[in-house]
Design a protein around this ligand. Structure first.
Ligand SMILES: Nc1ncnc2c1ncn2[C@@H]1O[C@H](COP(=O)(O)OP(=O)(O)OP(=O)(O)O)[C@@H](O)[C@H]1O
Length: 245
């Protein structure tokens, strides 16, 4: 099994409130993981630990065998995150925001050029199309967009990173059912007609249990502990009741 990311005996928040407890999770190349659980169960916390921005109080996180805190810039750029709060830059355009997804692969000169004016427009257009946003948005400021449009800009930025691993925290929030299904199919690489490389491996937190059939693995969190980790074909209503009661 080709493990991309491993969380080993991870605890978060011992001194305050416990947010994650004894998390052991191996993510293998090609896994498409639905991360589910009640609000406040620890999904966002797990995603932040998995991308290295939140340091566990105990345990370790390894990306392809290397301690996540010791990754260089190129290795780090292989992990793309869609943040729950999106973290878009209101003052620049949609296209420029999308390009920030590629900063990890480029020089400081490239970053500055992107701030002066939009560059590599074709790549931005491919990401916009994959995110189901019209190219007419490319020069608009993100501050003028609706919440669902902003989320899709963040998804386009995620795709622009062309990473090996995607960690997406509620990418389908604010989206209607039709768009949710299309975007999910893009993130799961089931819809591939775009000029953009999509990661083979992903963890996607969702609040819609009816969508777990699209994934091949389901991880369920309850009160900071993983209480379910299995193939989605094995999930029963009993599992879901236990998770959400
Ligand atoms: N910055 C923080 N400092 C301290 N505790 C936090 C912080 N962020 C979250 N928590 C707590 O950690 C627990 C898990 O929160 P988390 O955001 O990971 O849940 P979640 O499953 O993503 O919830 P939701 O579905 O509502 O987004 C909650 O009890 C929350 O109050």
């Amino acid at each position: 099994m080709n493990t991309i990311l491993a969380l080993k005996n991870v605890d978060v928040g011992i001194e305050e409130k416990e947010r994650l407890l004894t998390i052991n999770l191996s993510i293998n190349h090609g896994d498409k993981i639905a991360l589910i659980g009640k609000s406040g169960s620890g999904k966002s916390t797990l995603i932040k630990v998995a991308n290295g921005t939140l340091t566990p109080s105990k345990g370790e996180v390894l990306f392809k065998g290397t301690d996540i805190t010791k990754l260089n810039r190129t290795q780090r750029s292989q992990i793309a995150t869609l943040w729950q709060d999106l973290r878009l830059i209101d003052e620049i355009s949609v296209g420029q925001n999308i390009n920030t997804g590629a900063l990890g692969r480029h020089s400081l000169f490239w970053s500055i050029s992107n701030l002066v004016g939009l560059i590599e427009i074709q790549k931005c257009i491919a990401c916009l199309e994959a995110s189901q946003l019209s190219t007419k948005f490319i020069n608009k400021r993100v501050s003028t967009l609706s919440s669902g449009q902003r989320r899709r800009v963040a998804i386009a930025r995620l795709l622009r990173q062309e990473s090996e691993l995607v960690l997406a925290d509620e990418p389908l929030a604010d989206l209607d059912p039709n768009l949710s299904e299309i975007i999910l199919n893009v993130l799961l690489k089931k819809r591939t007609s775009f000029e953009i490389k999509v990661a083979d491996t992903c963890i996607i937190s969702i609040h819609q249990p009816n969508l777990i059939k699209h994934f091949n693995r389901v991880v369920g969190i309850k009160e900071g502990r993983i209480i379910m980790d299995c193939a989605c074909s094995n999930i029963t209503s009993k599992h879901l009741n236990r998770l959400y009661d």
